[in-house]
Design a binder for this molecule. Structure first.
Ligand SMILES: *[C@@H]1O[C@H](CO)[C@@H](O)[C@H](O)[C@H]1NC(C)=O
Ligand SMILES: *[C@@H]1O[C@H](CO)[C@@H](O)[C@H](O)[C@H]1NC(C)=O
Length: 294
């Protein structure tokens, strides 16, 4: 699960690069802020009468007016200013570029830091959150599919094992056949019983547990990353405080240790087993879910 999270974080860092157009906007904004102060924006710089409510036609018309006043032909010192007026007009008169500009104007421009490779954000942008959320959902979907595949393969393994046991049953499902199961020389022998066509494993205490592929609980949506990660985070952080809170508040009402222990185990341990069910790992690494026969 942590691998998946790491991939999400890495991907979001890789995917999030500025476009050439964004850089152009940031550079002009930075130049203007240096010259006119941090409050400047393109609308004020262009002295648009209606500021942000100007239409792109207004903006183009406005440039014509400004050009008459600030053309470099009139005065050489207007050269830089004229260039910037044109650039700002070019950006604001194009609807898609204006949208980009307005987004950063609202959410903040990145800082420029040469030693860190140019424009960088010190705060996480809303855009980045959306991207992270998207990747999180994608990773969760992949995780869910993997859980499904794993569950199917678990079932198949159990079914294979049951089939292999039945193949050795020479009573044709009418009697009882005892088998010794052992994968490697050094392993402890497990006793398997095929009785009336059903396969049981004999526990060390002598109990017989039915082996059934149906007992491996299918993963639900709640098992996937999308829900597991928040639950995990909660249990690791604030959840800990809350579960400890009662004993800290009043020492005389402390819950019995024996009451607390098993509860914890049940929550953190194998939660996917159904009631009355046992998980057993066979010597060959096969995992078998068995149920006590009533
Ligand atoms: C707006 O800018 C984009 C990106 O530079 C460009 O592809 C598009 O053609 C421009 N739209 C107009 C109407 O000029
Ligand atoms: C740029 O980044 C470096 C390294 O993180 C930092 O030491 C420096 O203060 C930053 N400069 C500015 C202007 O923020």
């Amino acid at each position: 699960m942590f691998k998946v999270v790491a991939v999400v974080v890495l991907l979001s860092a890789l995917v999030y690069c500025f476009t050439v157009e964004e850089i152009e906007i940031f550079e002009l904004q930075r130049e203007l802020a240096k010259k006119y102060g941090d409050d400047i924006d393109f609308y004020r710089f262009l002295k648009l009468p209606k500021l942000r409510h100007s239409t792109s036609k207004d903006i183009v018309r406005n440039l014509r007016k400004l050009s008459k006043k600030y053309h470099p032909d009139k005065n050489r010192k207007y050269k830089k200013l004229y260039e910037r007026l044109n650039k700002a007009t070019e950006i604001l008169s194009n609807d898609s570029r204006r949208k980009t500009y307005d987004y950063y104007l609202k959410n903040g421009f990145p800082d420029y830091n040469f030693s860190r490779g140019g424009f960088i954000f010190d705060r996480v942008q809303p855009k980045t959150w959306v991207l992270v959320l998207f990747l999180y959902v994608v990773a969760s979907a992949i995780h869910y599919v993997l859980l499904k595949i794993q569950h199917a393969s678990n079932r198949r393994r159990i079914q294979d094992f049951i089939r292999q046991c039945k193949e050795q049953d020479d009573t044709n499902g009418l009697g009882e056949k005892r088998l010794a199961f052992k994968q490697h020389e050094a392993d402890e022998v497990k006793e398997i019983v095929v009785r009336l066509g059903d396969v049981y494993v004999v526990e060390p205490e002598g109990e017989m547990c039915l082996i059934s592929a149906d007992d491996a609980a299918a993963p639900t949506v709640l098992d996937c990353l999308f829900f597991r990660l928040p639950i995990f985070m909660w249990n690791k952080s604030l959840g800990k405080l809350f579960s400890r809170a009662p004993s800290q508040l009043s020492s005389q009402q402390r819950p019995e240790p024996s009451e607390k222990g098993p509860k914890r185990m049940a929550r953190n341990g194998e939660t996917k087993l159904k009631d009355g069910q046992k998980k057993m790992t066979l010597p060959n690494g096969k995992v078998i879910y068995s149920r006590k026969k009533d």
